[in-house]
Design a protein around this ligand. Structure first.
Ligand code: NDP
Length: 338
């Protein structure tokens, strides 16, 4: 048996300005030792996750997490099989949740790994509905959105990994749920398959009028995933004491201006309507992981919460898929099977 194994990986070649292009990435091939050093494991990536936050990591400057440096491997969550182990905690054949990013055969410290039980759910769900995006939806909606029966919940990017879970949890909590998504296929899916009360296409020319008509009693909770133009239309419809969990601003990640959050008008409405607008990062609620797994695991196995995965085959296809994610071309939790 060869003493090394080929690891193919994608690194950031140069920082993007605006929307990333293929030139911002580079595919590299390196050899990894078959027998990892003490305390480490050699992994085979079964799936890795593509998430909007990765765009933020490509920028320099202060954020909630450290920026990626040019030449660094694109970071992110992964589900891997252990091929070889020099750690007492893991054995070949174990399936683990790792943070090894865009690569096929990474080496990793055993310390950062979490074992996954493949008998409980498809292992890919550890990156989606039963993983970081699902927990983002659960913790953001329940802690900040505080949904109550009969309230109107509006959620943006509603067919995506986070938004689809937010809307379904909102339904379970008795809210009337209005989902906003891009295009006919996605709106049909959230209404007909996920059971949202109303589904609106943010690209429709009369979207503003449709949103107003869909919320005759105003909006009690707006789960913000996109920012930009959608936020501008939602804000005037917010009720007194409305809650706005600010989860993501994908419409603004590529430097596109938009959103009147900083304007005097926006601040006035925060005061006059006693709005509660709160940003959060899922890790703020790490202590609620067991609650999340219990509740979401139960909802998924009972069929009360459905999920959809968009699986891209091949490491080299990660780059166009990631660029597509920033333009709304994914449909469901975006994963790569490298
Ligand atoms: P999604 O699976 O929802 O994919 C992103 C979607 O965003 C696209 O499919 C597209 O949907 C929509 N979108 C893209 N550009 C625009 C735009 N200009 N205007 C409106 N919608 C747009 O991604 P996730 O569910 O993984 O993430 C959703 C949000 O949650 C992101 O903002 C992300 O950064 C954030 N997030 C935050 C976390 C936290 O801890 N705070 C953790 C995880 C995610 P469509 O075609 O419907 O427009």
């Amino acid at each position: 048996m060869a003493e090394t194994i080929l690891n193919r990986r994608i690194v950031m070649a140069a920082r993007p300005s605006g929307m990333p292009t293929a030139e911002n990435f580079r595919l590299e091939e390196v050899q990894e030792p078959r027998q990892p050093p003490q305390g480490e494991v050699l992994l085979k990536t079964l799936f890795f996750s593509l998430d909007p936050y990765m765009r933020g990591r490509m920028d320099a400057g202060p954020s909630y997490a450290q920026a990626l440096e040019p030449g660094g491997v694109m970071e992110g969550g992964s589900v891997c099989e252990v091929l070889a182990s020099s750690s007492a905690d893991f054995s070949p054949g174990d399936i683990v949740l790792a943070g090894t990013g865009w690569q096929t055969h990474p080496r990793a410290s055993a310390k950062g790994l979490r074992r996954i039980d493949p008998s409980l759910a498809p292992v890919s769900t550890a990156l989606g509905i039963l993983g970081m995006p699902g927990m983002t939806a659960y913790t953001g909606l329940l802690n900040i959105g505080t949904p109550r029966p009969g309230e109107t919940l509006v959620v943006a990017a509603a067919s995506g990994a986070v938004g689809s879970a937010v809307g379904q949890i909102g339904r379970i909590k008795g809210c009337r749920v209005v989902g906003i998504a891009g295009g006919e296929e996605k709106t049909r899916y959230i209404r007909d398959e996920l059971g949202f009360d109303v589904a609106l296409d943010h690209r429709a020319p009369d979207f503003a009028a449709q949103l107003k008509a869909a919320c005759p009693d105003g909006i009690d909770i707006y789960f913000e995933n996109v920012g930009g133009a959608v936020w501008d239309l939602v804000r005037p419809l917010l009720n007194n004491f409305a809650r706005v969990p600010v989860c993501g601003l994908i419409a603004q990640y590529n430097g596109v201006a938009g959103g009147g959050m900083g304007s005097a008008v926006a601040l006035r409405s925060v005061l006059v309507k006693r709005l509660r607008i709160q940003g959060f990062i899922v890790s703020d609620f790490a202590a609620q992981r067991e609650d999340f797994l219990r509740d979401m695991g139960g909802w998924v196995s009972s069929g009360q919460v459905k999920y959809r995965e968009d699986v891209v085959e091949g490491l080299e296809n990660a780059v166009p898929a990631f660029i597509g994610l920033l333009q709304g071309r994914n449909f469901g939790k975006l994963l790569v099977r490298p």
